[in-house]
Design a protein around this ligand. Structure first.
Ligand code: ADP
Ligand code: MG
Length: 393
């Protein structure tokens, strides 16, 4: 899939460009009890596009969301600390402008006049209840603020939101540089995967992950599962999982995947943990009682998984193997991460939590860390991507 990127834009000097950024970063309180950005890696993905537009003489107007205010003005979810960090990263002043339920005259005037100079950023778009319902009127008003629209937010490109989809009806639309890199990487992986391809899926959000496994039945050579995803499969095989986290609603889909793998002669390529760490001990997965809670994969499973990873030429990983935030249950996840860091395979990693395991420094070129969790899964599962449709060449 090829996208029309901002490199195609000519003569944009003096034009205002609405850039849908990925501004959704974690926040924390610093020693002085001020709210600051805790991790700015996602913010950095916006820099190339913003700097490129400035270099061409255009005026970027940055838009994005933070967290889930669900249409209410929630002070703690103001983009103010994000603007501050982005100012540092860009070395330029940013003027944060409040928004209203609909983008009114005041916003329009503030953007048009921009008397303070600097780059304009609109406050959290999700403060308006119009954003997430893909409101056309809201999108139209946003469009009035600029001449061109750029999508640089891969992480929300699977969403039909006003600043992602509807807006593209009202402005000439282009892909940002990071967005284009994402799509090129993921699309080439689907088109020409070097085999063996190993799909590693874990984590808690079963609903977004099972469709990817289903889509990969014919594409992947091995399926290594952990987390609540594995638990749902274990349950689907009628084994007791005690108090472990699983998703009851997705047992039928897990069963369907098992049947399909069987029919494709690939059931032996589906790896569920053979042993697991429960709160106090390591147990065989077929030997759990009603009080046990699976919190990590066990040492035999780790070895098995690592042996398969060694053979891999392509790896896709989303979702931790266990409750990795707790040091007693992080071993499975960290051993997989370490094996991938040492691997020469082409590796794509995505997911808000999976991402946390990797420090970007020291990650080699063969590893691509996606800026989207749900978006990466939706793309890989072949779902429609409302934020990309109109950007195709
Ligand atoms: P990602 O954000 O990488 O897509 P998810 O959000 O789906 O991943 O899942 C991450 C969460 O899953 C983590 O908070 C982790 O603690 C949790 N998790 C993984 N395995 C288990 C488990 N066996 N039991 C409970 N929680 C788990
Ligand atoms: Mg997550």
């Amino acid at each position: 899939m090829l996208l029309r990127t901002i490199k195609k834009l000519k003569n944009i000097k003096g034009q205002r460009v609405l850039v849908r950024c990925d501004l959704d970063v974690p926040l924390k309180k610093n020693k002085k009890s001020l709210v600051v950005v805790a991790d700015d890696r996602r913010l950095k993905n916006n820099l190339a596009t913003i700097n490129y537009l400035i270099k061409q003489g255009a005026q970027p107007v940055l838009i994005g969301h933070l967290g889930r205010p669900a249409g209410k003005l929630i002070k703690n979810l103001s983009l103010q600390p994000v603007a501050k960090r982005l100012e540092k990263l860009l070395g330029r002043k940013i003027n944060l402008i409040n928004i209203e339920r609909f983008i009114g005259q005041a916003v329009f005037k503030a953007v048009k006049d921009n008397q303070l100079g600097g780059i304009i950023m609109l406050e959290n778009l999700r403060f308006s209840d119009r954003e997430e319902i893909n409101c056309k009127r809201f999108a139209k008003q946003l469009a009035k603020l600029a001449d061109i629209y750029v999508n640089e937010a891969f992480a929300v490109s699977h969403r039909s939101h006003a600043s992602v989809e509807a807006i593209q009806y009202y402005l000439p639309s282009y892909a940002g540089l990071n967005l284009s890199l994402e799509v090129t990487n993921l699309a080439s992986l689907l088109k020409y995967p070097r085999q063996p391809l190993v799909l590693i899926i874990g984590g808690s959000k079963v609903a977004t992950k099972l469709p990817v496994i289903e889509k990969f039945i014919s594409l992947a050579d091995y399926f290594l599962l952990g987390g609540a995803v594995a638990n749902t499969f274990i349950k689907a095989m009628a084994l007791p999982v005690g108090k472990s986290l699983f998703d009851n609603q997705f047992i039928p889909l897990a069963q369907k995947i098992i049947d399909n793998l069987f029919q494709n002669g690939k059931l032996d390529k589906l790896f569920l943990p053979f042993d697991v760490k429960v709160s106090s001990a390591v147990k065989r997965v077929d030997n759990l009682n009603s009080k046990d809670t699976i919190l990590d994969i066990g040492p035999i499973s780790i070895n098995l998984y690592l042996n398969i990873i060694k053979q891999a030429k392509t790896v896709i990983w989303n979702g931790p193997m266990g409750k990795f935030e707790d040091k007693n249950f992080k071993i499975g996840t960290y051993k997989i991460a370490k094996a991938l860091l040492n691997s020469k395979a082409k590796i794509v990693i995505g997911g808000g939590d999976t991402d946390k395991i990797f420090n970007r420094q020291g990650v080699k070129n063969n590893i691509f860390i996606s800026s989207g969790g749900g978006a990466m899964l939706a793309f890989l599962a072949g779902k429609t991507m409302p934020g990309l449709i109109r950007l195709k060449l």
